[in-house]
Design a protein around this ligand. Structure first.
Ligand SMILES: Cc1cc2nc3c(=O)[nH]c(=O)nc-3n(C[C@H](O)[C@H](O)[C@H](O)COP(=O)(O)O)c2cc1C
Length: 365
């Protein structure tokens, strides 16, 4: 029996719920076509902008590994290591919009049943920047993109009106959504940063302004490690480094915590879960906390021989999900989506060894 993995999410039909996140696996037509050939249900393109991009004069991404015998984390090549995380300080796509447009059109025409979500980013605080959002949105939808993901979460921006810098500002979030919604009529996903101090309020503002879904999480702000012998950071340029983003397995639990908080605050709203997915078990955990769609980056990039698009990974994910649905007698992920929600409670609701628990306060007389 063939198990049907079709998943409806934000009004779109996905052949399976696994999509490649906005990052190097989705940075070019060649990679996206390869990803679709391998079986991915959709892609969020590498973020497209209108401003010039110049990356650092050194490696943009490193892969950090650990091992049981020598369990320190390092990019250093050692035998018997397993993946710990990625660390990157890459900016958005350096491919101009004019080059993206014919590529997106061809991708969509070649794979009409796969979902292409264009990730876009512009600034804030001026009429001109609102028009930039609209220009990007109209252009991408005009060539057939099925949805947009607004990047309000890039952690590597010096400009204070872009990326993660604006994720705390509900007014800006709403003004960007208003501008984009006035320009196009497709589902709009909003990608937020886990480092925002008011993540749930920001997400609430986005939903209220018409976001179809929140994509959580972008990478976690972090620093690369310094080698005690060489006194060099594991990635640096001229001895200098700046805060970058961590992805991969190391962020799984924190990403789940963010998704769970959001899903409990807005149980009826959609969430695309991202952060540390390497296989079915991690994907399952995002689903039970409420995610209806799963995005993957680091695990696909790390897969050797796949051109960085996770050829084996998507086969494993779909095979393992099909096997799970069949064994459990579920017809789709909707049957177990969100089941963990009601089991995440206040500390005071967890049973104590005795009845004496008073929330940690001294007993009043
Ligand atoms: C090298 C690299 C580049 C990335 N570029 C973007 C980007 O352009 N836009 C974006 O929204 N997220 C970007 N991300 C974040 C990923 O889409 C994803 O949110 C993050 O890596 C967490 O997922 P993971 O644990 O599966 O890697 C990038 C991540 C990496 C590792």
């Amino acid at each position: 029996m063939t198990i049907d993995l079709t998943t409806q999410f934000t009004g779109l039909d996905f052949v399976n719920p696994f999509i490649l996140a906005s990052a190097p696996p989705t940075e070019s037509k060649r990679k996206i076509l390869k990803a679709f050939e391998a079986g991915w249900g959709g892609v969020v393109t590498k973020t497209i902008g209108l401003h010039p991009v110049e990356n650092v004069a050194g490696p943009k991404t490193i892969y950090q590994r650990t091992s049981e015998t020598k369990p320190y984390v390092s990019r250093e090549k050692r035998p018997d290591t397993v993946s710990h995380s990625s660390w990157n300080w890459e900016l958005i796509s350096d491919q101009p919009l004019e080059q993206w447009l014919p590529d997106l059109k061809e991708i969509k025409e070649t794979y009409p049943d796969r979902m292409v979500i264009a990730s876009i980013m512009a600034g804030a605080g001026s009429e001109e920047e609102m028009q930039n959002w609209q220009t990007l949105a109209k252009a991408c939808v005009g060539v057939g993109c099925d949805a947009l993901e607004l990047n309000l979460s890039c952690p590597h921006m010096d400009r204070k009106d872009m990326g993660a810098h604006i994720a705390n500002d509900e007014e800006i979030i709403q003004s960007v959504l208003k501008a984009v919604k006035a320009a196009v009529d497709v589902p709009i996903w909003v990608k937020l940063t886990p480092s925002s101090s008011s993540l749930i309020d920001g997400a609430g503002a986005a939903y209220a302004a018409g976001a179809s879904s929140i994509s959580l999480c972008n990478t976690f702000p972090s620093l690369p490690l310094m080698d005690p012998e060489t006194m060099k950071f594991e990635v640096e340029v001229d001895g200098l480094v700046t805060s970058g983003g961590q992805g991969g397995l190391a962020i799984l639990h924190q990403a789940l915590d963010r998704v769970s908080s959001l899903s409990r605050a807005y149980p009826d709203k959609s969430i695309s879960g991202i952060g540390g997915i390497k296989g079915f078990r991690e994907a399952f955990n995002f689903i039970v906390h409420g995610a209806g769609n799963l995005q993957i980056c680091t695990a696909a990039m790390e897969e050797k021989g796949s051109g960085g698009v996770g050829v084996k990974l998507i086969k494993e994910l779909t095979d393992d999900l099909a096997d799970y649905l069949e064994r459990k007698g579920y017809s789709s992920i909707e049957e177990f989506r969100g089941v963990a929600r009601e089991r995440i409670v206040e500390h005071s609701q967890i049973r104590r060894k005795s009845e004496d628990y008073n929330g940690g306060y001294a007993q009043s007389a």
